[in-house]
Every structure is written in structure tokens, then in C-alpha cells.
Design a binder for this molecule. Structure first.
Ligand code: 16G
Ligand code: ZN
Length: 589
């Protein structure tokens, strides 16, 4: 009774937006921020129910990643730190779209019964809340604690208001805050006894990491996150073979475009904990630029042009772009006299670098010696149809098993868990390396044999390196911060420049287009989105067109984050890729 009253009274403050159908897409709910108030509240309820069902800590992240600054979004991190179980997505949709508080209550009661969720059990519900630096997601706590106004502006991602411009920015955010902030907490706490723990401003991968750590009973604060990353990075640096030049003052600088988002502040902090590597951050949230506007990984990867505040002065330097919530990264090179163009070193190439390094360590591990503790490890890589064909060929040439899934982290991640070591990356820069529990145990057993003070054999060093990689790279979700550190230390390990890395293979020219159509759901695909099954005839028409181009490859799919159909084409020349994409776009229209 108490529960029903509580839900009804809090729900009555959050009516859904009229005339909008919300859907828990590839990356949670995303829409114009003004539409999401009730959604955030309802996802709070969802998170609390999920915590009840799984008897675990759950995460709720408020972010719209690389979307424009006026959008926002909300998504859930499951107990493992991964994405919300797909099995619950239809319920999420139903909740978000419930037309009235009464409907909402009905839906919840039905679902609770169907899922066998015991509401008055003894499980202590806890949801961790995180948010990026989008200006409307400021914590209530920072506003209400007297004498605590200072963290407020750093949370807002602006400097202490001292000029008219920053004062205006600050006041604007403050006002918005009054209307749009507590929904998540209200949703969670509308389940009796549930606790919402506000973790403050975070990157998306940090929140996922914390949820995973909490549920494993490990240290789970933000400081623990930074310590784990920096200590495993140091460990990998110490294991660089002596003959390879280590950080040498020339190669030790990397310049980062932080998309005017949350990654900048976090990376600056992390950088201070590292030796040797100098991280110069540009376009950080407190620099005053607009989030994701002419900056960031999505922009750089799709447009293949320089982000703001980069230019010809950066020729010859390793450059990286993060996206707005720092779960993607792509590297790039500024060619001499670039006039805006860049050489993109994308997610596929990051994957290739990781695969090469890990394969090398596995070969050391399996060399001679007794194999009593390490079974032959099964290494698999996972890509999507967006992976450049040249990268897939390269990986196959390395003798690796390449798997394909549809677009979206949840699919790639799931596939990658099938291996002892599973590496997944989307071309857009989202990816990570997953280690199975049993493989970690065998590595631990191997390294425990190393006597103190001894240098260890090649096999033992390889085991130490792989263990360090498993701690450095985020096991919950793709993470630009840990990905950056792993790239940096592998380049040092190999003694490679970014150019050398970029030469691993040459990308086939490709072109991406988006097409506005009346109903994008009319397009249905199969085979990891490479084949159209509906509408009839489209598959044949695309095949016929594609066959005209040497090395031609083309696919279409409905976007999961925008109301468009996307077209991807690849061919032996840029002109051919353009023409192919344009012709197929017309077929879709
Ligand atoms: C989301 C996905 C990303 C995917 C992209 C595709 C997550 C965390 N992110 O950003 O993996 O590549 O959507 O967008 O799952 P699209 O469907 O609009 O092409
Ligand atoms: Zn993102």
C-alpha cells in the first residue's frame, strides 16, 4: 500500500511528453533534453526494479554521448557493468511511454509479478547515478549544501564565474537545474527503501566500471578507478623490453581533443598520476566551447577533418579525439599542409594494434616451458559491418578469428565474452578487450610462480603484461581513457610512431550517408546488418549496384539513434565509394 501511494504520488509529477514515442535504443533513451524529464524519472524506477530483481547494484547514467548539446539521454548499467539486459528493453519502452501515472503503476505491478520480483524482500536496493557535463545535469546536492557552491561551477564544467559571460552561463545552468535534475533520484526513491547514490560528474565508462566493481566487492570509488588505471599502466611501462626506446622526450606527448566534454577534466587528473607520458588536453568542458560542436571523436571520424583548436602546428604529433562522454576514441595525424583534412587512425586500427600486441604475448606465453597452468588461450575479435574491409583482411592474415555482429556495443560486447580474450571495436572508436575469469586465473597462477627479485622468463613477463592489460582496459564497456593509455604503452612497447602504426594496412576508401525516409523501420536487415530482408527487392538492387565497382561493398541500416537510414559504401577509389553510396541512397529513398 505504502509503495503504491508513493509511486502514484511521485509519478503524478511526471507526465510523458505528448506526441513522442520514446524507445530504449542502442544506447538508452535519447531525445531533446526538454522531452526527457519524465523519462529520466521512469528510468530511475526501472533501475530500482532491476536492482531488486538482480539483487545487485545498478547504474543510471545521464548522457547523450556525441549528440548535440541540446539533446540528453539516460541509460542503465547492469550488474556486470554492461548494458541493460535486452530482455528488459521492451519494459523500458513501455514505462517511458505510459500515458498516465495510473498506466505506469499498472505496468509496474504487472511486470513485477511477471518477473517474480519480490518488492518486500530483504534486498537493499542501490542505484549509482552518474552524469556527464551537459549543463542541465547538475547535482541538487551541490546546490543545497551551504558553503559548497564552489564545486558547483566546476561540476557545471565552467570556471568560477568571474566574467559576465561565465556568470550568465552559470545562472542559466542554475535555472535549468531547478527544473531538470532530480528526476533520476526521484524515480529510484519512489521504490520504498531504495537508495540513490549520486556519484557526481563522470565519464560513462567510469560509472559502468564502478557498478561492476561494486558488485564484485572490489574498491569502487573514482579514486580507485584512477589508481587502477595508472598503476597497471606503470606496470606495462616497466615491462617494455629494454632495447625498445621508452618514453624519450620526443614521443612522450599526446594531444587530446576532449569534445568540450567530461573526458577532458578526468584525463587531466589521470595524466598527473602518470610518469613519462605527457597528455595535453584541448577542448575540455571548462574551456567554454560547445559540447560536440566541431569537435570530438564522432565528428572527426565521420567528417575526417580537424577538430577545433587543432591545426598545422600539430603535424607530426599523435592526436586523439574523445567523444562527449569519453567512451570512444580515435587517433589522427595532421598531414603536412593538411588544409583541414586528417589521416584517421580509427577504431579498426586500434583493434588491430591491440590484437597484434596480445597475439605476441600469447605466443610468448605458449612458448616451450611447461604449460601446466595455462591452457591454449582462445583469442577472438569482433567487428561490425562498418569495419573497413582492409582491417578485416589484415586481421584474417594475422590468423585471427573475426566475428561480426550488428551495430551497438551490447551486441559486440556479448560476442566478445565468448573468448578467453575477446577484442571488440567499432570503427567509430568504441571498444575494449575482455578477459574470461578462467583465463585471468590461469595468468595469476602463472605469475604467482615468479620468485621475488627474479626477472622472469619471457612467458612470465607476457603473463604479467596480459594481467596488467586486463586491469588497465575497462572490462565493463569501451573506455576512451583506458583505451588511450593502452595504445600509448603498446606504441612504446613496439617502438612505433603513429605513422608506423597507421601503415599496418591502408583503409579502402569509404563513404557514409544518411537518408531521411518516412519510416526507417521499413528496412529490416540480417547477417549483422549486411543483408536487407525487407522491403522486397532492395537487397537485389543493392547487390546489382555494388557488383559494378571493384572491391565494392555496401549496406544500409536504420539508425538506432537518429531518425534516418544510414548508407555505407566502400570501393577501390574515393570517387567510386561516393558514387556507390549515392546510388544506393537513391534506392532507399
Ligand atoms: C550508439 C552505440 C554505438 C553505435 C551507435 C550507432 C552504445 C553505447 N553506443 O552510439 O555502439 O555505434 O549508437 O548509431 O551502444 P546509429 O545506430 O545511429 O548508427
Ligand atoms: Zn559516447
Amino acid at each position: 500500500e505504502e509503495q503504491q501511494c508513493l509511486l502514484l504520488s511521485s509519478a503524478s509529477r511526471f507526465w510523458p511528453p505528448k506526441g513522442v514515442k520514446l524507445s530504449y535504443g542502442t544506447a538508452g533513451f535519447r531525445a531533446d533534453a526538454s522531452l526527457l524529464q519524465s523519462t529520466v524519472y521512469r528510468v530511475g524506477i526501472l533501475a530500482a526494479l532491476r536492482s531488486l530483481k538482480t539483487r545487485s547494484v545498478i547504474g543510471l547514467m545521464i548522457t547523450a554521448s556525441h549528440n548535440k548539446v541540446s539533446d540528453n539521454g539516460v541509460k542503465i548499467a547492469d550488474p556486470s557493468g554492461g548494458m541493460l539486459s535486452q530482455h528488459w528493453e521492451p519494459f523500458a519502452d513501455a514505462l517511458a511511454n505510459a500515458p498516465s501515472p495510473q498506466h505506469l503503476l499498472l505496468l509496474i505491478n504487472e511486470f513485477v509479478e511477471k518477473e517474480g520480483i519480490s518488492v518486500d524482500g530483504d534486498w537493499h536496493v542501490e542505484v549509482l547515478l552518474g552524469r556527464d557535463t551537459r549543463p542541465i545535469t547538475v547535482s541538487w546536492r551541490s546546490l543545497t549544501l551551504r558553503g559548497q557552491m564552489r564545486p558547483m561551477w566546476s561540476q557545471l564544467g565552467c570556471r568560477q564565474p568571474d566574467t559576465p559571460k561565465t556568470v550568465t552561463l552559470w545562472l542559466k545552468s542554475l535555472l535549468q537545474t531547478l527544473f531538470y535534475n532530480l528526476e533520476g533520484i526521484r524515480g529510484v526513491t519512489s521504490i520504498v527503501g531504495a537508495v540513490a547514490t549520486d556519484m557526481g560528474i563522470l565519464t560513462t565508462p567510469q560509472l559502468h566500471w564502478m557498478v561492476r566493481a561494486r558488485n564484485k566487492g572490489m574498491k569502487a570509488s573514482e579514486q580507485d578507478y584512477f589508481e587502477q588505471l595508472s598503476s597497471s599502466f606503470r606496470c606495462l611501462v616497466d615491462l617494455i623490453p629494454a632495447e625498445k626506446c621508452k618514453f624519450d622526450g620526443v614521443n612522450d606527448k599526446v594531444v587530446v581533443d576532449a569534445a568540450n566534454g567530461v573526458g577532458g577534466v578526468k584525463l587531466k587528473y589521470l595524466g598527473k598520476l602518470l610518469n613519462g607520458l605527457i597528455i595535453e588536453v584541448r577542448n575540455s568542458s571548462e574551456d567554454g566551447g560547445v559540447l560536440n560542436d566541431g569537435v570530438g571523436a564522432d565528428y572527426v571520424q565521420k567528417e575526417k577533418v580537424l577538430p577545433n583548436s587543432f591545426g598545422s602546428k600539430d603535424t607530426g604529433i599523435r592526436c586523439v579525439s574523445l567523444d562527449g562522454d569519453a567512451d570512444r576514441l580515435v587517433y589522427f595525424i595532421v598531414p603536412p599542409e593538411s588544409s583541414g583534412r586528417i589521416d584517421l587512425v580509427d577504431g579498426d586500427k586500434i583493434l588491430s594494434l591491440f590484437a597484434l600486441f596480445i597475439r605476441e604475448q600469447l605466443s610468448f606465453l605458449n612458448e616451450k616451458e611447461d604449460m601446466k597452468n595455462c591452457h591454449q588461450a582462445h583469442l577472438g575479435v569482433v567487428q561490425t559491418a562498418y569495419a573497413n574491409g582492409a582491417s578485416t583482411n589484415y586481421l584474417k592474415l594475422l590468423g585471427l578469428e573475426v566475428n561480426f555482429t550488428p551495430t551497438g556495443v551490447k551486441y559486440l560486447h556479448e560476442k566478445a565474452t565468448e573468448f578467453d580474450i575477446g577484442i571488440y571495436f567499432e570503427a567509430n572508436g568504441h571498444g575494449t578487450v575482455l578477459f574470461s575469469e578462467s583465463f585471468i586465473e590461469s595468468l595469476e597462477a602463472r605469475t604467482n610462480e615468479i620468485s621475488l627479485g627474479s626477472k622472469g622468463s619471457e612467458g612470465e613477463k607476457a603473463a604479467l603484461r596480459l594481467l596488467a592489460v586486463s586491469k588497465l582496459i575497462n572490462q565493463a564497456v569501451g573506455d576512451a581513457l583506458s583505451g588511450l593509455l593502452l595504445v600509448e604503452v603498446i606504441l612504446q612497447h613496439m617502438g612505433w610512431s603513429i605513422n608506423k602504426w597507421n601503415e599496418l594496412y591502408h583503409d579502402l576508401p569509404s563513404k557514409q550517408l544518411k537518408v531521411k525516409v518516412a519510416d526507417r523501420t521499413a528496412i529490416v536487415t540480417t547477417n549483422a546488418e549486411t543483408v536487407v530482408v525487407s522491403p522486397p527487392g532492395l537487397k537485389e538492387a543493392i547487390n546489382e549496384e555494388t557488383a559494378k565497382y571493384p572491391q565494392g561493398r555496401c549496406f544500409v541500416r536504420p539508425s538506432g539513434t537518429e531518425d534516418v537510414v544510414r548508407v555505407y559504401a566502400e570501393a577501390s577509389t574515393p570517387e567510386a565509394a561516393d558514387t556507390l553510396a549515392n546510388c544506393v541512397a537513391k534506392l532507399v529513398d
